[in-house]
Design a protein around this ligand. Sequence first.
Ligand code: HAM
Length: 425
Amino acid sequence: MRVEGVRGMRDILPEETPLWQRLEGEIRRTFSLYGYREIRVPIVERAELFSRGVGEETEVVEKQMYVFPDRKGLTLALRPEATASVVRAYVEHGLYAKGDLAKLYYLGAMFRYEKPQLGRQRQFHQYGVEAIGSGDPALDAEVMDLAWALMERLNLRREGLFLRVNSIGCREDRPPYREALRSYFSAHEGELCPECRRRLGTNPLRILDCKEEGCRAVARGAPRSVDHLCPDCHAHFAAVRGHLQELGLAHELDPSLVRGLDYYTRTVFELCSRDLGAQDALLGGGRYDGLVELLGGPPTPAVGFAGGMERLAIVVSSHGGAPLAPEAPIDLFLVPIGDEARREAPKLLAALRRRGISADTDYMGRSLRKAMGVAGRSARWAAILGGDELARGEIKLKDLASGSERTVSLSQFGTDPAAFLAGVA
Ligand code: HAM
């Protein structure tokens, strides 16, 4: 009986993994350049971490989280994002006690029960950074600069990307802004979708990122959070934009950008691609100055972002990104001819691999001609071990690109294969 995979949870096949590995390598290098160190947090957390941290009223928690009881009845969740987990770890391990800025990064699978489409899966992968411990507006700009730097490293064209920023203010700014939204949207209640009519009572901010066309049209005329900032938040946002300007990072103020997670304060941003269609956010993030305290730590400002690997892979492989590296061929394909050579082959392969030469052979009983065909497709060199060669203690090496050949001592080749292969070209 064939058992199929789960909808929205994709296999990443060997044709794709070279690109993923390259992206992961560039991401790690770029994050390190900015002083981030990797943290690995569990995929499973207590569900309440997200209902409290991300917000009971958010789509992510309300509709998309995979929640299940363990065998003792504890309510667990597959993580829908990693910021809450990183902050939990930060509090749990007392990382704040060191009194410094904690710059942490992660890569890993996240889970959201969404309608699968291009760039949107139920299991997807995020790369992200969290800088916990400073409210300095220069840090907000640095985090956005990091996002740009990563795209530059991947050779993505600046013109294909745009950075949207907004400030949604602090906890004190929120209630009056919420009231302003409530009174505006109440006047347009009839034009809102049923879900948003409900949100009117619970969290009118969420109406701003509703995807329904009717709601979006109403939202375009809604009061702007930037007009409801206290003097401190106003100055903070002006400073962030000033730093962006100095760094030469083009950005647009998008008053409708509120982000889907409740922990945000002050700066929010998204780096979007013109090549992605409806799911255009390559990455998103912002400040979350209240989250550490909410999860039991001392008051600690923080800022970060996360991006989707799947979306990055789409953009890099289809538009202007660095060319997809060809799958690295193995160094050498060994073609033994005859029983004795076949008996000798495993020993030679083991010796080559231990000396750092990637090597393989034919396990399918192919003829010499067919085996050479496989060698040509998968390796840089072929090594032909025939009965005559073996009797003389020799092996024939062939450079598959140039066609040049050389017969060498089998035992010496096994001891220093790299030197002999270099000599065949
Ligand atoms: P988010 O906007 O929910 O933020 O997700 C960040 C990115 O993850 C999105 O911009 C998108 O590229 C990718 N993504 C989200 N959902 C999916 C999906 N279903 N399929 C494929 N890709 C997806 C966060 O998760 C925050 N934790 C970001 C953050 C970090 N804020 C501060 N620090």
